[in-house]
Ligand binder design. Structure first.
Ligand code: FE2
Ligand code: FE2
Length: 161
């Protein structure tokens, strides 16, 4: 059966860990869509959206850490895009929680296109920079993961607020 959002080779940024995280994000969006289309109640829809929002924050923190570690010149603009989506998701969660909004086809399509456009443009841009700089081959194991972890540990929840 065709999923609401499908992974394809065109979405690959050429970095296995990031591709795996994007695939996980796609799975989580599909779970939200299944909850909406399946007519599950608000509580189940909010649960699915909550899981998507939490994983999205983790994924963005990973990308932002890598960009800082490797001195990516477009870091601020990319981070601002991430922050915009997180703000929208938190706002949507609040409005759903207060019964002031409902997840519908338009919202789901917006989410889908935001994610796909972001991967195809902004995420591909940083991966080209990393790969051209040879950054990942230098740091791939285990130092870049360790440094990323150190960064996350250092800024903790403040990275995501
Ligand atoms: Fe990104
Ligand atoms: Fe991404």
């Amino acid at each position: 059966m065709t999923q609401f959002v499908e992974w394809s080779a065109a979405l690959s940024v050429g970095i296995d860990e990031i591709d795996a995280q994007h695939q996980a994000l796609i799975d989580l969006i599909n779970e939200v869509q299944d909850a909406v289309v399946g007519g599950l109640d608000r509580e189940h829809q909010l649960d699915a959206l909550g899981r998507l929002a939490e994983y999205t924050k983790i994924h963005f923190a990973v990308e932002e850490s890598l960009m800082r570690i490797f001195g990516y010149p477009d870091y601020e603009r990319h981070k601002a895009q991430h922050e915009g989506l997180i703000r929208s998701m938190l706002d949507l969660q609040r409005r759903l929680d207060d019964d002031r909004a409902a997840l519908d086809d338009g919202l789901m399509r917006h989410l889908k296109h935001w994610l796909l456009d972001h991967i195809l443009q902004s995420d591909q841009d940083y991966s080209r920079f990393f790969l051209a700089a040879g950054a990942l081959s230098r740091h791939q194991k285990p130092s870049w993961a360790t440094r990323m972890w150190d960064h996350l540990h250092f800024c903790g929840s403040k990275c995501w607020s």
